[in-house]
Design a protein around this ligand. Structure first.
Ligand SMILES: [Zn+2]
Length: 216
């Protein structure tokens, strides 16, 4: 199966992507991993990406598209793949369409994870991270520490990352609405979009997604 996973920040997209890819025995291709791999291997595209990132600029679409294409051409992706974070705008979606056309492949589904905006803000803005160990993660509402502001595991101080602040989250959501959401309409025209709710337990969301994909 060839699947594109879309959803706003805070939808748990990365987590769902790895579970779904495992269930479907296809590689999980995430933009984050693509960038890390290309940069650490020093590929020409990785070097280009790094130049832009060092200058604090957005990596141009053609660089991201190039990385995604070469990853989709690897042998383990011959039977399918799950794309996570790509395409993230119309230009990338159009490039993906042409790549698939040229290589005689087709997408089977575009899975759209839906979460109400206020829930996204609540999920992210409520996160508290331990200063001593960033793997100690709490949530003011969903998994509060026993003592306010103190890590249950090691007694470290809990804090809110700048990235998790409400105004930052709202900005990321605005970018998602203007840049990424239009690809959902793009794929609706092709009859590929399946929308599922990303609310509830992680395992329930995966089960919902698997059921939706089987129906397709
Ligand atoms: Zn801790």
């Amino acid at each position: 199966m060839r699947i594109v996973l879309v959803g706003p920040p805070g939808a748990g997209k990365g987590t769902q992507a790895s579970f779904l890819a495992e269930n479907l025995s296809i590689p999980h291709i995430s933009t984050g991993d693509l960038f890390r791999a290309n940069i650490s291997q020093g590929t020409p595209l990785g070097q280009k990406a790094q130049e832009y990132m060092r200058a604090g600029q957005l990596v141009p679409d053609e660089v991201t598209i190039g990385m995604a294409k070469s990853r989709m051409e690897e042998p383990d992706a011959a039977g399918g793949f799950l794309l996570d974070g790509f395409p993230r705008n119309i230009a990338q979606a159009v490039a993906l369409d042409s790549f698939l056309d040229e290589t005689g492949q087709k997408l089977d589904a575009v899975l759209d994870l839906e979460v109400p905006e206020d829930e996204v803000v609540k999920r992210i803005a409520g996160r508290r991270i331990c200063r001593s160990d960033s793997s100690h993660v709490f949530h003011v509402e969903y998994s509060p520490p026993k003592k306010d502001g103190v890590c249950d595991v090691c007694g470290g101080e809990l804090y809110q990352r700048d990235d998790d602040r409400e105004e930052t989250v709202r900005k990321r959501l605005a970018v998602y609405h203007s840049e990424t959401e239009p690809i959902i309409d793009h794929y609706k025209v092709q009859g590929l979009v399946t929308t599922i709710s990303a609310l509830g337990e992680v395992g329930d969301v995966t089960a919902r997604a698997m059921a939706a994909l089987r129906r397709d």
